[in-house]
Design a protein around this ligand. Structure first.
Ligand code: DX5
Ligand code: ZN
Length: 215
């Protein structure tokens, strides 16, 4: 069964507590937190203080997606804020292996994200050290964009590599996942779907979360 990591990027930030509790009632497997710095991506969201504040609302693991330039500067801050998985972009850090090792040294799970134009080859030599690959299926920065079709081949290819090398890595996909395309995307070989607008556009957020989990 696919796991669902709802992104609060499309939530009502004025009622974050209620929004998170709705996701919990819907059975969310993770809470996906999109951290944007205005440099790595053309948008700014929130950072460790906000994450620390909302940490007490639920026990659901926090899946923190850093869209931040040189994220190695802030790993400890996100650990202290209560992250369970920290995902950094391959394109954002010069010494990727070192950044992964730092995340793991705190006992957290480490993920690496790839922009749509970044080849899988770029992470070939770190696959042995990570817990998750986040395949961006839109260009990062905003919710509500359209799924990029060529990511099907990327997801399938990663799934094959994971099987061939017998790796213990989750494939997470992020961007443009809606009720009408989610089933096909899951069948490409996905373990975790991130869904932002596809959940928060619904009248009943809990029910919609549940619908994604039952696909
Ligand atoms: C985009 C973020 C996504 C975003 C997805 O940069 O990483 O997590 O919230 O939003 P939707 O599901 O609306 O495409
Ligand atoms: Zn994200």
């Amino acid at each position: 069964m696919v796991q669902v990591s709802p992104s609060i990027l499309s939530a009502d930030f004025g009622s974050l507590k209620d929004e998170i509790l709705k996701l919990e009632r819907g059975g969310a497997d993770f809470i996906h937190l999109d951290v944007m710095d205005g440099i790595y991506v053309p948008n700014i969201t929130f950072g460790p203080p906000v994450i620390k504040k909302i940490r007490g609302i639920t026990d659901i693991p926090f899946d923190v997606h850093l869209m931040v330039d040189k994220p190695e500067r802030y790993i400890k801050n996100f650990v202290d804020a209560g992250a369970d998985i920290i995902t950094v972009h391959e394109e954002s850090t010069t010494h990727l292996h070192r950044t992964i090792e730092e995340i793991k040294s705190y006992g957290l799970k480490a993920g690496v994200a790839l922009n749509p134009s970044t080849p899988l080859n770029n992470i070939d030599y770190v696959l042995d050290y990570i817990d998750m690959v986040l395949i961006m299926t839109v260009n990062p920065g905003f919710g509500g964009q359209k799924f990029i079709g060529s990511m099907e081949r990327k997801i399938r290819s990663l799934r094959k590599t994971i099987e061939d090398r017998e790796l213990d890595i989750l494939i997470e996909v992020d961007g443009g996942i809606k009720l009408d395309n989610a089933k096909d995307i899951i069948d490409y070989g996905v373990d975790v779907i991130v869904v932002g607008s596809g959940i928060f556009e619904a009248e009943d957020v809990s029910k919609r979360t549940k619908m994604f989990r039952e696909l």
